[in-house]
Design a protein around this ligand. Structure first.
Ligand SMILES: [Zn+2]
Length: 573
C-alpha cells in the first residue's frame, strides 16, 4: 500500500520519473488499437476458414495445423499491438486469448455452415450442439484406410488441447510484444540494438552497472558468434528522440548470458531493461564501441550538466570534409539505381534457372522414337548450347561473387561520374586508388547493414602525407597529423563483416565527459573496400578491411592502430 502511494507521489512531482527498470505503463492508444484489432480478427476468421477447409479435405492434423494457424494469428496480434501502441499486458493477453479462441471456434462454425448451408451463418446459438455432435461422430482412419469407430472422450481431449493451443499461442505472442520498451514522453516504440560479447562478460558488466563503476571495465570487444556457441548478448533499447532536449528519453539495457552444454541451451538474464541515462550511456559506449553511434545521439542536448561538444584549438591540423555539389548523388543514389542493382544481383540466379530450364526442355522434347531431322538437330543444338552457356555463366558468377555484376556496374558508374568532374582530388584510374563504400555507423543496425551513404575512391598519398577521398557525396582531405586512429570494427550482429574505421580531428566534434575527452565521438569514416575484379572476395572475416587498415597505417607510422583488447578472442582477429 505504501509503495503505491509513494509511486503516486513521485508521479505527481515528476511527470517522467526515471525508473530503475522498464515497466509498461498499461496504456493503450484505443483509436489505433481497435481498428488494428478488427483486422487481426479478420485474419483469425481467414485462418478459421483455412482450418475448416483442411478438415473437409482430410488435411487436418491435430496440434500441428491449429498451432500453425495460431502462429499466424499471433503475429497479426503482435502487429496490432505495435500499431495500437498497446502497453498493457492484461489487454494484450485478453485480446489475444479472445482472438485465438474465436479462430478455433470459428473453424467449427464454418464447418457447421458448410454442412447446413447459408441459413446456418446466423445460428451461432447452435454451435455448442454442433461441436457436441462432432465430438460424438468424429472418426479416425486407421491402417489400410480402415475407418475406426468414433471415440468421444479422445475427441474431447483433442478439442481441449487444440483450443488451449490456439488460445495460449495467440495470447502469448500478443503479450510478449508488450515487453518491448515504449517511450512515453515521445509516444513511440524504441529501437532495439543488439550486440554480442564474449562469454563470461555478462556478470561483470551487470555488476559494474549496478554499482556505477563502468569506468573500471575493460573495453568490451565484439565477439564472433557461432551457432549454439556460448556468448553474452547485450540488447540496448533506445528512443530515437534521445537527442531532443525537450524529451525525457532513456535507453534500456538487457544483459544475458547464453550457454549451451549437454545439449541444453540456456539464456540467463543478469539485467533486464535497466534504465541508462545519457551520461551512463556515454560511459558505457566508451567501453563498448558498438554503442557509440547511439550514445552520441544523447549529447545534442545543451544542458549545463550534460557532456559538451569540444571545439578545436586553432593551429591544430584538421581534416577538411567538404560536400561536392553536383548531380552525382541524385544519379548514384536514386530509386532507379536501387532497382537496377537489385536486378543485377539476381541476374546470375536467373541465368542458372534459365540454363536448367533450357536443358530440361531439350531433354523433354527429344524425339525418342523417330530419328532426328536436320532442322530438329539444329534446334536441339541451339537449345542445348544456350542452356549450357547460360548455366555455366550464371553458375560461375554465383560461385565467384554473386554480387559481381552489381559491383561492376556501380564501380563503372562511380568512375564515370567522378571523371566527369573538373577537379577530383583522386583520379579513379590511378592504380593506387581503392574503390570503397562509406557505411555510416547508424546503418550498422539496419537489416541491410551494408547500406552505404557514399561511394568513391580512396588514395593513400605517401608523398603528400595525407589521406584523400573523392566520393559522390563528399570529399575528404585528411592530413596525417589530423588522423586520430585507424582500426577495423565488425559491423554486423554476428561480428563477421568488417569495416576500416578512420577517425580524424574535424573542428567542432568530439565530446568531453567530466573532463575526459572521448576521441571516438569525433568525426569518423567507416570504409568498406569493394571488389572491382572478377575473383572470389573474402566477404566474411577481417581480411580486406585489415589490409586497407595496414595500408593506411603504413602511411602513418606515428598513428597507433586501435588494436583489439585481449578481452575478446585475439586469435579471431
Ligand atoms: Zn523518446
Amino acid at each position: 500500500m505504501s509503495y503505491i502511494s509513494l509511486a503516486n507521489w513521485a508521479m505527481a512531482t515528476d511527470p517522467y520519473p526515471q525508473p530503475a527498470t522498464y515497466r509498461p505503463s498499461g496504456k493503450v492508444n484505443w483509436a489505433r488499437y481497435l481498428p488494428a484489432l478488427i483486422l487481426a480478427l479478420c485474419m483469425s476468421m481467414i485462418m478459421a476458414f483455412v482450418l475448416c477447409w483442411a478438415f473437409i479435405h482430410d488435411w487436418y492434423y491435430s496440434f500441428f495445423i491449429p498451432a500453425g494457424a495460431a502462429l499466424i494469428v499471433g503475429i497479426a496480434m503482435r502487429l496490432a499491438g505495435a500499431f495500437g501502441h498497446c502497453r498493457s499486458r492484461l489487454v494484450a493477453t485478453l485480446a489475444g486469448a479472445l482472438v485465438g479462441a474465436l479462430m478455433y471456434l470459428g473453424y467449427y462454425h464454418f464447418h457447421f455452415v458448410a454442412e447446413v448451408g447459408q441459413r446456418g451463418i446466423a445460428h451461432v446459438d447452435l454451435l455448442p450442439r454442433f461441436i457436441k455432435w462432432r465430438m460424438q461422430n468424429d472418426f479416425r482412419v486407421g491402417r489400410n484406410d480402415k475407418l475406426l469407430p468414433p471415440r468421444p472422450p479422445s475427441n474431447w481431449i483433442r478439442f481441449g488441447i487444440d483450443l488451449a493451443l490456439a488460445v495460449t499461442i495467440v495470447a502469448g505472442l500478443a503479450r510478449s510484444r508488450v515487453g518491448r520498451v515504449y517511450c512515453e514522453s515521445c509516444g513511440r516504440w524504441t529501437r532495439k540494438h543488439m550486440f554480442v560479447a564474449a562469454p563470461g562478460i555478462g556478470q561483470i558488466l551487470a555488476e559494474a552497472l549496478k554499482h556505477g563503476d563502468i569506468e573500471k571495465l575493460r573495453t568490451i570487444e565484439p565477439y564472433p558468434v557461432g551457432f549454439l556457441q556460448p556468448s553474452t548478448p547485450i540488447d540496448l533499447e533506445y528512443c530515437p528522440g534521445l537527442g531532443n532536449s525537450q524529451s525525457h528519453c532513456f535507453a534500456y539495457i538487457t544483459v544475458s548470458e547464453f550457454t549451451f552444454s549437454f545439449g541444453k541451451a540456456q539464456l540467463r538474464k543478469f539485467l533486464k531493461q535497466q534504465t541508462l541515462g545519457a551520461n551512463q550511456l556515454l560511459a558505457l559506449a566508451d567501453k563498448i564501441p558498438r554503442l557509440r553511434s547511439i550514445a552520441v545521439l544523447g549529447v545534442a542536448t545543451k544542458r549545463s550538466d550534460q557532456p559538451k561538444r569540444l571545439s578545436i584549438t586553432p593551429g591544430e591540423a584538421t581534416a577538411m570534409i567538404t560536400p561536392v555539389e553536383d548531380s552525382s548523388v541524385n544519379v548514384a543514389f536514386s530509386t532507379k539505381l536501387s532497382v537496377i542493382q537489385f536486378f543485377l544481383s539476381l541476374t546470375p540466379i536467373f541465368l542458372v534457372l534459365a540454363g536448367g530450364g533450357l536443358l530440361y526442355a531439350s531433354w523433354a522434347q527429344w524425339p525418342r522414337a523417330a530419328p532426328l531431322g536436320t532442322g530438329d538437330l539444329l534446334y536441339f543444338a541451339l537449345l542445348l548450347s544456350l542452356g549450357v552457356l547460360s548455366l555455366a555463366v550464371g553458375g560461375t558468377i554465383c560461385c565467384v561473387n554473386l554480387e559481381y555484376l552489381n559491383y561492376r556496374y556501380t564501380h563503372r558508374l562511380t568512375r564515370r561520374l567522378i571523371r566527369a568532374r573538373p577537379d577530383p582530388i583522386v583520379d579513379p584510374d590511378d592504380p593506387e586508388s581503392v574503390f570503397v563504400a562509406v557505411v555510416p555507423r547508424k546503418n550498422w543496425t539496419k537489416l541491410n547493414l551494408d547500406d552505404p551513404s557514399d561511394r568513391g575512391f580512396l588514395l593513400i598519398d605517401m608523398r603528400g602525407q595525407q589521406l584523400l577521398f573523392e566520393g559522390l557525396r563528399e570529399r575528404y582531405r585528411i592530413p596525417a597529423k589530423a588522423l586520430i586512429s585507424c582500426g577495423i570494427e565488425p559491423i554486423d550482429v554476428g561480428n563477421h563483416l568488417f569495416a576500416t574505421v578512420v577517425r580524424a580531428r574535424v573542428s567542432g566534434t568530439g565530446i568531453d565527459l567530466e573532463g575526459r575527452q572521448l576521441a571516438w565521438a569525433g568525426w569518423e569514416a567507416p570504409f568498406r573496400p569493394r571488389p572491382t575484379r572478377f575473383k572470389r572476395p573474402r566477404l566474411l572475416g577481417p581480411h580486406s578491411a585489415e589490409s586497407l587498415r595496414q595500408r593506411i597505417c603504413q602511411l602513418l607510422p606515428e598513428v597507433e592502430p586501435t588494436a583489439p583488447d585481449p578481452v575478446g578472442d585475439p586469435g579471431q582477429y
